[in-house]
Design a protein around this ligand. Structure first.
Ligand SMILES: C[S@@+](CC[C@H](N)C(=O)[O-])C[C@H]1O[C@@H](n2cnc3c(N)ncnc32)[C@H](O)[C@@H]1O
Length: 277
């Protein structure tokens, strides 16, 4: 029998050549198995560890590059904990910038707003916005029933069932609501792009956007035009500013800008179609 401390050392050693921070990840996995926080683990490091088989099993998954978020079914986004599973893309830190950029453009946070999100995935964007915009109503779509189940779980966790309506459909097909703000973090990687091993665990429909990757924006921008939305906001690939600018110009939009991520890479755009909200 080994102690909790020895289990931590064992996990750290197993992950040494696989991840950037083996001790931290071994600790997260240990804490997941024990259902206890780090403080408990430190205070009980000499206790017997009775879950070696389960621990070895999840270490094996991590060694095979399965993202730790899928193993623990948990992800932190915008300082909140969300449920996550293989059916939905793992939220990325840069998507927090999309939310910040949207909120920056809404002067009156109490305004009654209709917001639509195309491709809700795990639900993070609509949920964080719904928590900040008390009088906003959301319609959110996804083509993936698995992603919608995960979004529903998170929506229930944050008690937002009355504010966020989910639809399994492509884009906003069959949704006739008036929309003030349209949001999307769509799949934008080119189909042929060779992705990392860890990305292979994530749903293909959440990653690949078509031959060039940016095709999906043509449809989203067209929808924004047809629905005459006041604000359109999307995340995009770092190298897509040029083609997206052209699409926006072709569709007659003039008032738009691109924002950068923390690495100073182009990461998304905002189109303001009407006077400030
Ligand atoms: C990049 S993920 C983003 C998920 C989530 N919004 C986020 O930011 O983490 C894109 C999502 O769009 C969905 N999707 C792909 N094509 C779609 C389409 N034509 N209509 C609606 N959703 C779509 C995928 O299933 C996936 O959940």
């Amino acid at each position: 029998m080994i102690s909790i401390k020895e289990a931590l050392l064992y996990g750290t050693k197993e992950l040494k050549d696989v991840v950037d921070n083996p001790k931290k990840e071994a600790m997260i996995l240990l804490s997941f198995i024990l259902k206890k926080d780090n403080v408990y683990i430190f205070l009980h490091e000499n206790d017997e560890f009775n879950f070696l088989d389960e621990y070895k099993e999840i270490l094996k998954r991590r060694i095979a590059f399965e993202p730790i978020e899928y193993i623990t079914n948990s992800v932190s986004f915008y300082s909140k904990q969300f449920f996550i599973d293989k059916g939905a893309l793992i939220p990325r830190p840069e998507t927090e910038l999309l939310i910040d950029e949207i909120l920056k453009n809404i002067e009156n946070k109490n305004k009654i707003l209709n917001i639509a999100e195309i491709g809700i995935g795990s639900g993070i964007i609509s949920i964080i916005l719904a928590l900040s915009l008390k009088n906003a109503h959301f319609v959110a779509t996804d083509i993936s029933s698995d992603a919608l189940k995960i979004a529903e779980k998170n929506i229930n966790k944050f008690h937002l069932k009355d504010k966020i309506e989910l639809f399994q459909t492509s884009y906003l097909d069959n949704i006739s609501d008036n929309i003030d703000i349209l949001i999307s973090n769509p799949p934008y990687v080119a189909n042929e792009f060779k992705i990392d091993k860890s990305l292979e665990y994530e749903p293909k429909e959440a990653i690949f956007g078509g031959e060039k990757g940016y095709e999906i924006y043509k449809n989203i921008i067209q929808i924004a035009k047809e629905k005459n939305v006041k604000l359109l906001s999307c995340e995009m690939g770092y190298d897509q500013k040029k083609p997206i600018s052209l699409i926006l110009q072709e569709k007659g939009f003039k008032n738009f800008y691109f924002y950068k991520d923390l690495a100073k890479l182009d990461r998304g755009f905002i189109v303001k179609n009407h006077s400030l909200l």
